[in-house]
Design a binder for this molecule. Structure first.
Ligand code: FES
Length: 149
């Protein structure tokens, strides 16, 4: 069987088929500025074929817990916004791994605090580290304080 040669420009349907991402999600990515299309003479959206790599990268980043805003910020920092090179991917991988390590530490701390709360239910600002970590509200002085605004 002869291997199909991918055209330089692909439709949203083909992009969806190649990445496994729903057309509606691809439109959402475009609305958020993560990917860009051009209109052909028939006014249909066309994407450069190398956008497949960017959509794949977005999927990986989302699976590892990054928000679309974080991903957009990373993509905007790439030397060439439209193409992701192996070097770009390696640099992103290192940064994302560091972020994941931080998140793991934070979540482990939260899990350990949660363990103290299980079966307690006091939700005391003085006692509960989950509700008031490091007594942040105490630093604001005596009296009532809002937790968030
Ligand atoms: S609910 Fe009581 S210590 Fe957190």
């Amino acid at each position: 069987m002869q291997k199909k040669i991918m055209p330089e420009w692909i439709s949203v349907g083909m992009l969806s088929e190649r990445t496994g991402v729903a057309v509606s999600a691809l439109h959402f990515y475009e609305k958020k500025g993560l990917i860009k299309s051009h209109r052909n003479a028939s006014n249909h959206r066309q994407y450069p074929k190398h956008i497949i790599r960017i959509v794949s990268l977005i999927q990986v980043a989302q699976r590892t817990g990054f928000s679309l805003d974080d991903i957009l910020s990373e993509l905007e920092g790439l030397p060439n916004r439209t193409r992701v090179t192996l070097e770009d991917w390696e640099a992103l991988g290192v940064r994302w791994r560091q972020e994941l390590d931080k998140k793991i530490i934070q979540l482990t701390e939260l899990r350990d605090m949660m363990t103290d709360c299980i079966g307690c239910g006091c939700l005391s600002l003085e006692r509960c580290r989950l509700l008031n970590p490091d007594d942040q509200l105490g630093e604001k002085g005596a009296g009532p304080h809002r937790m968030s605004q």
